[in-house]
Design a protein around this ligand. Structure first.
Ligand code: SF4
Length: 66
């Protein structure tokens, strides 16, 4: 029987739906997933869209609609 060693989840995993008994059920080494950015399997992380937000901010000053 082969048994993969599962490393503990990292801080960023908190809130993720893939945590099972304090271990990730998808990745054996969660820390490696976060080292390169966001974990691709995280259920609790919103993907930030960059670029559009600044344009929206300009419009916020004109929010006085009748
Ligand atoms: S899926 Fe990603 S964020 Fe979720 S527990 Fe596993 S490593 Fe952490």
């Amino acid at each position: 029987m082969e048994q993969l060693e599962r490393k503990p989840i990292v801080e960023q995993c908190n809130g993720c739906g893939n945590i099972e008994e304090d271990k990730c059920r998808i990745w054996t080494t969660p820390a490696a997933k976060w080292r390169m950015g966001k974990c691709p399997s995280a259920t609790h992380v919103k993907i930030e869209v960059k670029g559009t937000e600044q344009k929206i901010r300009v419009g916020q000053q004109k929010q006085k609609k009748k």
